[in-house]
Design a protein around this ligand. Structure first.
Ligand SMILES: [Zn+2]
Length: 341
């Protein structure tokens, strides 16, 4: 029997950091959720939207809020906000956004600690090292994205599921530039499926684009997209905060505080990716890597353009984890000791 899974993908583009230093990083994150765990994962995210400490249960509409007698419409609506990494800033984040996003990350980390690790693969592509200006059209980003999105999925299914046969029911992706790409929505999974058909099958080869505003899917017939949208918001948060730890993109105290929640995990995934004894249970479940290893002139020789697509020859030896976390840990000394030991 094949393991049935669903995949949730998002991207981040970081042209510059807060010092206006050019970074040109493209990050891709895919979450791999076994179908039998998906509803429970979505429920955990949703119930954390209810900020009543004694009663964490969520309903999209205030009228149906299980704690309507002690809830208030304005509170309920404010907790129904989109969880978006970009809005995690001291100056603009609402109390709801601050609290819910923090609870989401804490829940995610707790899953690691009890060996119920949520599987993800993250890849950061340092575009400057690839000297892509030489390839000069606006489609470059999309073509690179196509290629590496497939790589990110392929690595995940190959490494995270013990060689089991995999049936990918659906692949969801945040709505964005890729939805309009002529190739990404319809052909990318077909191509991947041809490349690796021995181990994985795709039931639906069309990528499902989900709006990250879950309120658009509040009617009961859209319940699956409602859940997917919340999961996509989580992927955005995970990718955004990990990027913050790695590249120190923002100096905002709230961003640093939130990123520090995930800092110990990011640190381990990079420094000790094969530590089977870790109490964080991440080996063969979570992965962060970087691309490429070599730089500029050497590297570009490996590209060639075919029918508008960039093909990169022999990718594997260009992935690496040789990276220091650029953001210093943010929090009290005691906190950092607690987190690290
Ligand atoms: Zn309520």
């Amino acid at each position: 029997m094949a393991v049935e899974i669903e995949i949730f993908g998002d991207e981040i583009i970081c042209p510059i950091d807060f010092n206006n230093k050019i970074r040109n990083i493209l990050g891709i994150c895919c979450l791999f959720l076994p179908l039998k765990l998906k509803d429970n994962f979505a429920k955990n995210l949703l119930d954390r939207r209810c900020l009543n400490p004694n009663y964490k249960k969520w309903h999209p509409y205030f009228e149906n809020c299980p704690k309507k007698h002690i809830c208030k419409e304005s509170w309920h609506n404010s907790n129904n906000c989109e969880i978006h990494n970009q809005d995690i800033r001291s100056s603009r984040a609402s109390n709801s956004l601050k609290t819910i996003s923090k609870d989401w990350i804490k829940f995610f980390i707790e899953q690691n600690k009890i060996n119920q690790t949520i599987k993800f693969n993250m890849l950061f592509i340092e575009l400057d090292k690839m000297d892509i200006s030489k390839f000069g059209t606006s489609k470059i980003h999309e073509n690179i994205y196509n290629r590496f999105f497939r790589t990110t999925i392929h690595y995940g299914v190959k490494s995270f599921f013990n060689n089991s046969k995999i049936l990918v029911k659906n692949v969801y992706h945040d709505k964005g530039s890729m939805e309009k790409h002529k190739y990404f929505p319809y052909l990318n999974l077909h191509k991947l499926s041809d490349e690796i058909q021995r181990q994985i099958q795709f039931e639906n080869k069309e990528i499902i684009f989900v709006d990250s505003d879950h309120k658009k899917y509040s009617s009961s017939k859209d319940i699956n997209l409602y859940k997917a949208s919340n999961i996509i918001q989580f992927v955005d948060l995970l990718l955004g905060l990990t990027s913050q730890c790695l590249f120190y993109l923002s100096d905002d105290p709230l961003k640093k505080e939130h990123a520090s929640l995930i800092y110990p995990l990011v640190d381990r995934l990079i420094k000790k990716p094969r530590n089977y004894n870790s109490s964080w249970y991440y080996v063969n479940k979570q992965n962060i890597s970087f691309f490429p290893k070599s730089k500029g002139e050497d590297f570009k020789a490996k590209f060639f353009d075919l029918d508008g697509n960039l093909i990169i020859d022999d990718l594997t030896k260009e992935f690496h984890k040789n990276k220091k976390l650029e953001m210093p840990f943010y929090g009290s000394k005691q906190q950092s000791l607690l987190q690290f030991f």
